[in-house]
Design a protein around this ligand. Structure first.
Ligand code: 7O9
Length: 541
């Protein structure tokens, strides 16, 4: 055994020797060159990703100077290799979250999963709220809205009804069709009652019924929902727009539905034990296979990231002007994200786990750079899970369960960004904030970030919700859209880091439960094989 270690595994070029006193195999210190080579090999992907990000910016900047400028079609071709990466990652999300949640929860007993779920949700709420408070403190003390030039509006805002949006989240959690949740989600849209219809009817009424008395017209029109129109001058006064909610389905995965279903399914599979063993084995295997596919995709990720970034850099319009106008705002958000990711979260990790948080961050570096390249924490999820399990040694039962839920509801960066953005918009318009408003912003920004995954065009919509709650003009979200895509990358990186720390902390705090379960499996009563819980079927259900 020792022999094979000395001569077999190590090979003759780096002979290990046995320390006579401790009888342990001691490795000779590797030479400087070898050390560098080893570090390089171990972190090859991270180097490649950093290189890809830098090259992407460089190539993009160079391509901007090319005349004639890239047209729409050329831009699309430039992005193509990046699109392939996004597709590959997104393709893996559905099998990955379903299999992870089901196989993860099926291998936990109800008490452990309950404890872990509780810990995870508490962590998400506390860190998201901490991020919002940090953002508010920074934006109020720096005051970026009072500095810099006038920002231009770009794009258009959206009509949002807060109550309908929150009801949609619940509607998505309980879908009516299991097949549909892979590609459709229910949303309530605010349908405008067409203005022309109203004016046309009024116009016709005006011409044909000119002799009609005002009283009669009033009564006719009130049945027509145009109650706010005046009877005189009807054709020239625009009616206030009216909206009616309409529940429809929009394309996109119903993440909340998938997650809710998988959680309940997994818990029941675990409780059924032997009876549902086939199900557990199936989802265990699906999970293994999907993770292996992830290992293949990551080798393509640097190429995809390079083209995604290059495309974005070429696509930018008026970057100098935008930066000048929004520089302080940009710096405020960046300072907040940095402080949250590299001070608050590591501190929380250190307090609970008592291990080096910087090492933990280094372990998930690959996921963070992928987040920077893709600006999507869901697309990064497969890589986050891999990093947590392989580099940081987080228990698989925890990552399987906590990471997908984290990617869905834990968005510290987004919450911080929204709080800063809303107050920035207020500052630009000269609003003063009362304590009451600050409290409203902190609560709504936290809830909006938690519900973001359920909302189409989430960034814009959730921002409108916060703006409405605090009484600021909603059309002003367009002021900050010019720089949103860049901040999105950085807040995504912090979202991913927050999910990762969450998994690390929950795994540490639930370590005793996990250990007990291991013991149960080893020394159990024979019914505990394959991670099942030692109890009779009657007790289980
Ligand atoms: C950012 F867990 C998964 F994999 F199932 C999962 C799948 C999809 C989780 C989440 C989603 C999802 O759709 N998320 C989503 C997130 C949808 C819309 C908006 C956002 C917010 O995104 C962040 C932001 O804009 O600040 C950020 N880009 O973390 O991905």
């Amino acid at each position: 055994m020792e022999d094979s270690k000395i001569n077999g595994e190590k090979g003759k070029f780096s002979p290990a020797f046995v320390d006579i006193q401790t009888a342990e195999v001691v490795e000779p210190p590797p030479s400087m060159g070898r050390r560098i080579l080893r570090i390089f090999r171990k972190n090859l992907l991270i180097f490649l990703l950093i290189l890809a990000l830098c090259l992407g910016v460089g190539i993009g900047a160079a391509l901007r100077t090319v005349e004639p400028k890239f047209d729409y079609r050329q831009l699309m071709y430039l992005k193509f290799p990046g699109d392939l990466l996004m597709n590959m990652l997104k393709m893996l999300i559905l099998p990955l979250i379903v299999s992870s949640l089901i196989s993860g929860l099926a291998s936990l007993d109800t008490r452990s999963s309950g404890k872990m779920g509780g810990l995870a949700v508490a962590y998400y709420l506390i860190t998201t709220f901490a991020a919002v408070v940090l953002g508010i403190i920074l934006v109020v003390s720096i005051g970026p809205g009072y500095k810099g030039g006038d920002a231009k509006r770009s794009g258009s805002s959206k009509i949002v009804n807060t109550a309908d949006t929150f009801l949609d989240l619940l509607r998505q959690c309980f879908p009516d069709n299991l097949i549909e949740i892979a590609f459709l989600k229910p949303v309530t849209e605010q349908k405008e009652i067409p203005y022309e219809e109203e004016t046309m009817t009024t116009a016709i009424m005006n011409s044909t019924m000119s002799t009609m008395t005002t009283a009669i017209m009033n009564s006719t029109m009130s049945t027509n929902t145009t109650t706010e129109m005046t009877t005189s001058n009807t054709t020239t006064t625009p009616a206030p727009k009216k909206y009616l909610p309409e529940v429809g389905k929009t394309s996109g995965m119903n993440v909340l539905g998938v997650v809710t279903f998988s959680i309940f399914f997994g818990i029941i599979v675990g409780r059924l034990g032997e009876k549902a063993k086939a199900m557990k084995d199936f989802f265990d295997a699906l999970n293994e296979v999907t993770m292996k596919l992830v290992s293949l995709v990551i080798w393509y990720s640097p190429i995809g990231v390079l083209f995604l970034v290059a495309h974005k850099v070429v696509e930018m319009e008026n970057p100098e002007q935008t930066f000048q106008q929004l520089l302080y705002y940009f710096l405020t958000v960046m300072a907040g994200l940095f402080a949250h990711g590299f001070i608050t979260l590591p501190l929380i990790y250190f307090i609970f786990v008592r291990k080096n948080p910087l090492k933990f961050i280094a372990g998930v570096a690959q996921a963070i750079f992928t987040a920077l390249g893709t600006s999507s924490s869901s697309a990064t999820l497969p890589i986050t899970m891999r990093c947590l399990e392989q580099n940081n040694g987080v228990d698989r039962r925890v990552t399987k369960f906590v990471a997908p839920v984290g990617a869905t509801i834990n968005m510290d960066g987004t919450a911080l960004y929204e709080a800063v953005a809303v107050i920035f918009i207020g500052q630009m318009q000269g609003y003063d904030l009362s304590i009451g408003q600050i409290i409203i912003i902190s609560i709504t920004a936290t809830t909006a970030a938690i519900g973001a995954a359920g909302v189409p065009q989430a960034g814009l919509v959730t921002m409108v919700i916060v703006l409405t709650a605090v009484g600021f003009p909603t059309e002003d979200v367009t002021l900050i859209l010019a720089i949103d895509w860049l901040l999105d990358r950085f807040r995504t990186a912090i979202n991913v880091l927050g999910d990762a720390f969450g998994a690390g902390i929950v795994a540490h705090l639930a370590r005793n439960e996990l250990k007990n379960m291991d013991n149960d499996i080893e020394f159990g009563d024979g019914q505990t094989n394959n991670g099942y819980i030692s109890s009779t079927l009657d007790e289980r259900l």
